[in-house]
Each structure stands twice: as structure tokens, then as C-alpha cells.
Design a protein around this ligand. Structure first.
Ligand SMILES: *[C@@H]1O[C@H](CO)[C@@H](O)[C@H](O)[C@H]1NC(C)=O
Ligand SMILES: *[C@@H]1O[C@H](CO)[C@@H](O)[C@H](O)[C@H]1NC(C)=O
Ligand SMILES: *[C@@H]1O[C@H](CO)[C@@H](O)[C@H](O)[C@H]1NC(C)=O
Ligand SMILES: *[C@@H]1O[C@H](CO)[C@@H](O)[C@H](O)[C@H]1NC(C)=O
Ligand SMILES: *[C@@H]1O[C@H](CO)[C@@H](O)[C@H](O)[C@H]1NC(C)=O
Ligand SMILES: *[C@@H]1O[C@H](CO)[C@@H](O)[C@H](O)[C@H]1NC(C)=O
Ligand SMILES: *[C@@H]1O[C@H](CO)[C@@H](O)[C@H](O)[C@H]1NC(C)=O
Length: 343
């Protein structure tokens, strides 16, 4: 991934240009080898963290480290899950990590807020369970204990509620502008996905008889959360913010339950044409699929401009297993393959 080189550039740019990015950029801070972030003093994050987050960092350096690692995992999950979409979660160097268009509070902004929050919160829960943070431990109360004669639950579980509590303190929203209200809603959507925990068990009875099981609660992995967020991208709800009570009101009034949906204020750009001011690369030259049922079908990705078909050949190798024990390969002609690219 073009990720590592980019990350260093972001910070240099921010340090020297003094531009203010958002906490999202924690996810690309340095090359995020875990120790580098950990040993970075909070003061050098002034271009990423706003004043309240700076204060948070001063008292919770280790937690900010977990947030950075989790945010990065969220970004990776975003790029993997959206690789075949017109908007593919591209990141840039500088102030606007995902491009300036996200300031319009579109569905993509919602995806980013939900997925990066989920990544961070999940990482906090993981680090709590592994006793890496001073503020929390593995969850040993609640659901734990003997459930019935054959079923025990005593291993460390994720304490999702505590992780949520910690992340909320980091994201604390004293301001009441539309952007903050929308962001908070989408943070919670991401957070709820982390909270959809499930029971993982293994057999510990005599000779694997499974008469006793050891279980704990785990959270969905970040890739699964990424898939859920991508599904929600499709069903996200356009809203307005009621100025008198800050309530989110769906524009289409027949939608009455948007509590667990991503919400957005403005329609997205098409992402078809390049617009570098807003961080939109356009789809000229994008590889696409000639299969109409694929999400990256040329029909969708190329925005009606059509595509070019490139047929190429590559040397083929034929390998066989020789008894015993090696594999032998030989060149055996060429194979052709076809690729499609947007005009
Ligand atoms: C942001 O929203 C405004 C108002 O709807 C619109 O005119 C503008 O084109 C949008 N910008 C981008 C980059 O989508
Ligand atoms: C974490 O624990 C430290 C030390 O006890 C405390 O100062 C800090 O406020 C706690 N942070 C959170 C987010 O609860
Ligand atoms: C014990 O509880 C588990 C979890 O609720 C359940 O799946 C299992 O069937 C129960 N076993 C018995 C013997 O009741
Ligand atoms: C800092 O950023 C968070 C999350 O983006 C936001 O909720 C909070 O209002 C900001 N605080 C200040 C003092 O701007
Ligand atoms: C905004 O909220 C107020 C107070 O709850 C309500 O009376 C009003 O009808 C709402 N505005 C719209 C446009 O729905
Ligand atoms: C995302 O799309 C842009 C152009 O739209 C392309 O340059 C880039 O390689 C794509 N990234 C991935 C990871 O596919
Ligand atoms: C097109 O894609 C669909 C779904 O991804 C798949 O089931 C189908 O076999 C593909 N068709 C061709 C011709 O590859």
C-alpha cells in the first residue's frame, strides 16, 4: 500500500505548514510502528488534535496510542472494503486526509467517522483486555461465571461499554454545529457495530469431549465491521438538523428510524471527474470489470465514458510434483488475459 510513505509526508507537511488536520490523521502518523507513536509526545500532535483532545492526550498518552493504531486499522478496512467503488477511500497528504469534499458532510464523511471510530474503540477494548492501559481491564463481571452445568464463561472479555466511554471522552462534542451533531451520530453507529459482540468458545472437557466450554465475548473484527459500514453506505439517510432542538430529521419523511443508519447532510459528488481542490481523483484510467453484476463494473466506474480493453500475454509456467519431494516448473508457452480500463 502507498500508505507508509504517505504517512511520513503528512506529518512533515503538518509540522512545517502548521495546518490543522483532524484526529483521523492519527491513523497515518509516522509509519505507525507501534512504538513510534507511543513515544511521540502529545505536544507534537498539535496539528492533529484540537485543544480538548490535547488535554485528553496529556493525561491519557497510552489511550491515544491505541486510538492511533485503531484509526489506522479503520482506514485500511475502508480502503479494502471500498476498493471497487467509485469512491475508494483514497487518502492524501496534508490537511485533508480524505480530501476537502468530506467537509460537505456527505455519506463518505459518515463512513469515515463510523469506521475510524469503530477501529479506535475496538482497539481500546482489545488493549483493555490485554491489560495494556491503566484505565481498564478485561471484563470479569457481568456475563461471566457458570451459566449452566456444562458451560463456563470465565475468560477475559472485551469491555465494550468501557471502551465506548473512553472514546466518547476523546471525541467529546461541546459544540452544537451541524457538523458536530452529524459526526456524533455516525460515531455512535460505528460504536454500535463494535458492540455487536458474539460468544467465542472452545472445548475444555476431558479429551476434547466438550463437556465443558470456555467462552468469552469478542467483537467483530475490523474487516467485518468494514463490510457492515459498506452496507450502511448504501442505505445512509439524508437529514437536516432542526435548529431549535438539534434533532436529525430525515429529508424523506417516510423514514422514521435512522438511529442505526449513517446520516449525511449533502449529496455526494459523482466522483467521475477529477477535481483536485476537493480531493477527487476521477475515474479515468481506473481498472474495471466487464461483468455487469460486479460493483466495479465498467458501466458504473467509467460513468458512461466507456472503457478500453487491453489484451496482454504473460509467460506461463507449468509445475508438477516430483515424488518425493519437490516441485518442478517449466515455461510452457504464454497465457493471455484481458483487462478493462475507463476512458
Ligand atoms: C458542497 O456543497 C455545496 C452546496 O450543496 C455544493 O455547491 C458544492 O459543489 C459541494 N462541494 C463538493 C466538493 O461536493
Ligand atoms: C485514565 O486513568 C488516568 C490515571 O488514573 C486518569 O488520569 C485519566 O483521567 C483516565 N482516563 C480516562 C479517559 O478515563
Ligand atoms: C448451556 O448454556 C449454553 C449457552 O446458553 C447453551 O448453548 C447450552 O445448550 C446449555 N447446555 C445445557 C446442558 O443446558
Ligand atoms: C475537538 O474535536 C472533537 C472531535 O472532532 C470535537 O467533538 C470537539 O468539539 C473539538 N473540541 C474543540 C475544543 O474544538
Ligand atoms: C423542530 O423541532 C421543534 C421542537 O421540537 C418542532 O416544533 C418543529 O416542528 C421542528 N421543525 C421541523 C421543521 O420539523
Ligand atoms: C482509487 O481510485 C483512484 C482513482 O479514482 C486510483 O488512482 C487509485 O489507485 C485507487 N486506489 C485503490 C486502492 O484502488
Ligand atoms: C459476474 O459476477 C457474478 C457475481 O459477482 C458472478 O456470479 C458471475 O459468475 C460473473 N459472471 C461472469 C461471466 O464472470
Amino acid at each position: 500500500m502507498a500508505f507508509t510513505s504517505l504517512a511520513t509526508a503528512v506529518c512533515l507537511l503538518m509540522v512545517f505548514n502548521g495546518c490543522l488536520a483532524s484526529w483521523w490523521s492519527l491513523g497515518v502518523y509516522n509509519d505507525l510502528s507501534e512504538r513510534v507513536v507511543d513515544s511521540t509526545p502529545c505536544e507534537s500532535l498539535t496539528n492533529i488534535l484540537n485543544s480538548s483532545q490535547q488535554t485528553f492526550c496529556n493525561y491519557n498518552r497510552k489511550i491515544v496510542n491505541s486510538i492511533a493504531i485503531g484509526t489506522r486499522r479503520g482506514i485500511v478496512a475502508c480502503q479494502q472494503n471500498f476498493a471497487n467503488w467509485r469512491w475508494n477511500c483514497t487518502t492524501f497528504t496534508g490537511e485533508n486526509l480524505f480530501g476537502a469534499f468530506v467537509k460537505n458532510n456527505t455519506r463518505e464523511t459518515a463512513v469515515i467517522n463510523a469506521l475510524l471510530t469503530a477501529g479506535a474503540e475496538r482497539q481500546i477494548a482489545l488493549d483493555c483486555r490485554d491489560e495494556k492501559l491503566p484505565n481498564c481491564t478485561c471484563q470479569i463481571n457481568g456475563d461471566n461465571g457458570v451459566v449452566n452445568s456444562t458451560f463456563f464463561l470465565y475468560e477475559c472479555s472485551f469491555d465494550i461499554a468501557k471502551a465506548h466511554d473512553i472514546m466518547s471522552k476523546f471525541l467529546e462534542t461541546p459544540s452544537n454545529d451541524d457538523t458536530a451533531i452529524i459526526a456524533e451520530h455516525n460515531h455512535n453507529v460505528g460504536s454500535n457495530l463494535v458492540g455487536q459482540r458474539y460468544r467465542k468458545c472452545r472445548c475444555t472437557g476431558f479429551s476434547g469431549s466438550c463437556s465443558v466450554q470456555t467462552c468469552y465475548f469478542a467483537s467483530p473484527d475490523i474487516d467485518t465491521i468494514g463490510q457492515r459500514v459498506r452496507e450502511k453506505y448504501g442505505s445512509s439517510v439524508e437529514v437536516t438538523v432542526n435548529a431549535s432542538n438539534s434533532a436529525l430529521q430525515p429529508v424523506v419523511q417516510t423514514i422514521n428510524n435512522h438511529d442505526n443508519e449513517l446520516v449525511y447532510l449533502k449529496r455526494s459528488p459523482t466522483f467521475c471527474n477529477q477535481d483536485t481542490t476537493y480531493g477527487i481523483l476521477g475515474t479515468v484510467g481506473r481498472q474495471c470489470s466487464n461483468n455487469l453484476s460486479d460493483p466495479d463494473s465498467c458501466d458504473i466506474i467509467c460513468c458512461g465514458r466507456g472503457h478500453i480493453t487491453v489484451t496482454a500475454t504473460q509467460p506461463k509456467q507449468c509445475c508438477s510434483f516430483i515424488y518425493c519431494c519437490r516441485i518442478e516448473c517449466q515455461d510452457c508457452g504464454e497465457e493471455t488475459f484481458t483487462e478493462y480500463f475507463c476512458k
